[in-house]
Design a protein around this ligand. Sequence first.
Ligand code: GTP
Ligand code: MG
Ligand code: ZN
Length: 341
Amino acid sequence: MTKRRLSNQQQARISERHQRELVSGNEAGGARESSDGVSGERCNGRIVSHLGQQLLVETLEAGSSSGTSVRCFQRANLPALVTGDLVVWEAGDNDTGVITAVAERKSVFGRPAFSGNFKPMAANIDRVLLVIAPLPEPFPNLIDRYLVAIETLQLQAVLVLNKSDLHAEIANQRLDKLLSLYEGLGYETHRVSTVDNAGIAPLLASLSGLTTVIVGQSGVGKSSLINSFGVNNDAAVGSLSTAGPKGTHTTTTARLFHLPDCDLIDSPGIRELSLGHIDASAVFAGFREFRQFEGQCKFRDCSHQTEPDCALNKALAAGAISPQRVDSYFQILQSLDNAGR
Ligand SMILES: Nc1nc2c(ncn2[C@@H]2O[C@H](COP(=O)(O)OP(=O)(O)OP(=O)(O)O)[C@@H](O)[C@H]2O)c(=O)[nH]1
Ligand SMILES: [Mg+2]
Ligand SMILES: [Zn+2]
């Protein structure tokens, strides 16, 4: 219980900070006369999910969630809002509300839209939990692409290999080895199963006091994980036959869930992760073990391929960095070129 009490205090502190941000965010937007049917009484809230044209907003009272939610429209002058955004809303017609202001985001996770521009998906998060599984098999480069995206946003990445119960059936030693590689790079990793609950308790304990967005391919078990943590409102879980490269995605919108001492955001699965919004130098820096070699090559514009005295190639030859990661780096660079950069 001590842990829970502590965590509640932590949460209250976090929420107090949010309240301050909200007030300042609202003042920055300027108090408005009620011209569009709103009550004029300003309330704090947090975006839980998208509901078509509307947003589901949980109300925040006295520094924490009151447990009630309201469907809201947003004022047209606001940017696109995402799950986790802290907002000010006012009661409107027909039990709906109108979002009139948004607090500055302390962090954001997202990926490029078709246009190539960055598209936010979840805001005010501490960690990104990347889930992989033996089935569906990860597409090539998946982990490195995610890690580059996460490092670029200066967020903390956690790698989770789910469906460990399938070890006996599916030869996934490759994935196990892969996970060990990232462990060696200093990333936190977990091996879990939502079927037999292996590894679930330590994973949940590692999320204490934090807001975590769960990402990964469709069908790897992101929603199943959320359910195995014991949330009140179940996240919809798909059948493996419908999830996957050709099937429909079960989760279609990012959604916030509460546990006693942490918040989780479930997210829709992806088919692949393009990095169209990231430039070549950010890709290099996104490989955390490469950063020490930045500016160490003989030529300032070294492409780390055939140039003499290349620090990256020397490290590779000395076995200090993984050939797989170097290959992955070049594959990502090539995909940026192919995307017309
Ligand atoms: N064997 C096994 N199957 C699992 C495990 N976790 C989830 N599954 C199954 O994997 C399938 C997909 O699970 P979901 O939780 O819907 O996957 P998701 O990542 O949320 O998928 P999207 O919402 O489409 O992105 C379901 O049939 C689950 O029952 C596990 O640990 N072991
Ligand atoms: Mg899902
Ligand atoms: Zn070089």
